[in-house]
Design a protein around this ligand. Structure first.
Ligand SMILES: [Zn+2]
Length: 367
């Protein structure tokens, strides 16, 4: 597909054209992407085009559409595909939580599965949102995120010196009745399986946050990242309190610029500035086999130029004080956002230093 619009990219001094925005510091780690093996080349091309020197593949997910799979099968397939690019792409190991239901010995095997994956190149462990929400044990009981049977996993992560990521909950609207008044109506229409509003099936969002925070508080020797602004971008005051209280907790911005931009820009500025040492830049850009997804929204064969625009909106939100523009994931809601104009010192930490330190990327020659 050819780009239809006339691009002014590269021409400086052409006024307010947002094509001029480049990330502060000139180098970025995207700490939250998804790449399948057949899309590595495209991902690298987009990364090169947007000064993304390193990307963290946040979960071991592979396959196509309804056949998306996780666990060992996905991890070893991805680890093999990313092997030649250790200074460009990092990979999280991810459990297939359905094993906890089908294999009564899962809990005792899990720590060794993690260790094996770390030996094969995993830089961290990612827990999918199924944990707490619908993952069950072999007796068919829901597994709480702070279930003691999982403690040996977090202890092993500490011993191995790797960070642990949690995706907890989902947008608040997904836990509210799925009806036209729901602010994420369109997104839910596209993904009905994202509705967790049935109280007979799913715990309330507050319970999930309580459980995961218990884990963060108990395992003080583990560095945790709570992805998607800790799953609570609607309430950055609460997230700010968690960050104040839990020094080993970090967050990423993946797929939440729209939601963050709903807060008055002054509040956003304050939140990012105060927590500038523990926020990692991430987009949730997904290069799936059959299509790409820009954080949320349509599954489409996006062009490299369209991905450049997607990144640019992120720079615009974080770096400028521009007013009333589209956020990167309009499917999440059609409101406009204002930029929060962070200073260069915070931007460099959020774009680079924090993730480089969190994942100890100097060992791979990432610079
Ligand atoms: Zn993601």
């Amino acid at each position: 597909m050819a780009a239809a619009s006339i691009s002014l990219a590269g021409i400086s001094g052409c006024g307010p054209d947002q094509n001029d925005i480049k990330p502060a510091g000139g180098r970025v780690i995207d700490a939250h992407v998804h790449i399948t093996p057949d899309k590595v080349k495209k991902a690298l091309q987009v990364m090169d085009d947007n000064l993304i020197r390193y990307a963290v593949v946040i979960a071991s997910l592979s396959g196509k559409g309804d056949d998306l799979y996780t666990g060992d099968k996905a991890f070893y397939e991805l680890a093999e595909a990313f092997k030649p690019y250790r200074n460009r792409i990092g990979l999280h190991y991810t459990y297939d939580w359905s094993l906890a239901e089908s294999d009564p010995d899962f809990f005792s095997k899990a720590p060794d599965m993690l260790e094996k994956a770390v030996r094969a190149g995993a830089i961290a462990l990612k827990n999918l949102k199924q944990l707490g929400l619908n993952a069950k044990d072999s007796e068919g009981k829901l597994i709480a995120i702070d279930d003691p049977r999982l403690f040996p996993i977090w202890e092993r992560a500490e011993r191995l010196g790797i960070p642990v990521a949690f995706h907890t909950g989902d947008p608040v609207a997904f836990f509210k009745p799925w009806e036209p008044g729901n602010e994420r109506w369109e997104e839910l229409e596209l993904h009905p399986e994202w509705s967790f509003a049935d109280p007979n099936k799913y715990p309330p969002l507050e319970t999930l946050f309580e459980q995961v925070n218990n884990v963060y508080r108990k395992f003080t020797g583990v560095k945790f990242v709570a992805v998607h602004v800790a799953g609570y971008s609607e309430n950055i005051k609460a997230v700010g309190r968690w960050l104040d209280e839990i020094p080993n907790l970090w967050i990423d911005t993946a797929a939440r610029i729209g939601e963050l931009g709903k807060h008055p820009s002054g509040e956003g500025h304050e939140f990012f500035t105060r927590n500038q040492d523990r926020i990692m830049f991430g987009t949730d850009l997904a290069y799936w086999s059959e299509c790409d997804v820009q954080g949320a929204g349509p599954c489409k064969d996006f062009t490299v130029e369209e991905h450049r625009k997607f990144y640019e909106i992120h720079w615009r939100y974080l770096q400028t004080t521009d007013k009333v523009f589209d956020h990167p994931t309009p499917i999440q809601g059609k409101w406009k956002i204002d930029g929060i104009g962070l200073d260069e010192v915070s931007l460099k930490k959020i774009y680079w230093d924090n993730a480089a330190r969190f994942y100890k990327l100097d060992r791979f020659g990432v610079s």
